[in-house]
Design a protein around this ligand. Structure first.
Ligand SMILES: [Zn+2]
Length: 187
């Protein structure tokens, strides 16, 4: 299926689904996860990843820590983001996305300049395959309509897109971060 058909399929169930917003979020989250991985920032990984993927990453990072190895990934530039598949499962929906990037990626011995693999200054190209999950029958609601920027419950003005709940009525806003989780991540 080409992307256009996939998006039409998604919109059959979720009319407000925004391809642009979704892709923007995918790109941002990939950058955040890469940075968290380099810094061994488990809290951030836990926030964005489903438990099974998080536990795998935690194990890999702990092994690297034990062996005093750091994987530096930085200066990521995104070239293209493509939605390649979409599946409605009994209890969830799964999106498959390919993100083509270039970045600096190398392995280093802790507290030393020794490079184990990769290059400090040579950019490499990589295609990341992501599976992203959200609850079945989720409906994209206020997320899309940034033009109004008001609380869907009480109508109070929202000052920041990152705001997690309404300052007046305390309603928790549904955001991309609360609705979508990374289920798998491969190169
Ligand atoms: Zn409110």
């Amino acid at each position: 299926m080409v992307e256009k058909e996939i998006v039409e399929e998604i919109k059959k169930y979720d009319a407000n689904f925004s391809k642009i917003e979704f892709k923007r979020w995918c790109g941002e989250v990939l950058k955040i996860l890469q940075e968290a991985w380099s810094k061994k920032d488990l809290e951030t990984l836990k926030y964005y990843e489903v438990e099974r993927l998080y536990l795998l990453h935690e194990e890999q990072l702990k092994a690297m820590q034990k062996n005093k190895i750091i994987n530096v990934t930085k200066d990521m530039e995104i070239n293209e983001i493509k939605i390649i598949d979409y599946n409605r499962m009994p209890d969830c929906e799964i999106f498959k996305v390919i993100i083509s990037v270039s970045l600096i990626d190398y392995y280093q011995k802790e507290n030393s300049m020794m490079i184990l693999s990769g290059s400090l200054n040579q950019r490499v190209n990589a295609d990341y395959k992501l599976e992203i999950v959200r609850d079945k029958d989720f409906l994209t609601d206020w997320l899309v309509d940034k033009s109004t920027m008001v609380c869907p419950n009480c109508g109070a003005v929202i000052n920041l897109l990152q705001q997690k709940k309404c300052a007046y009525c305390d309603s928790v806003f549904i955001t991309m971060d609360t609705s979508y989780k990374i289920m798998s991540l491969e190169i």
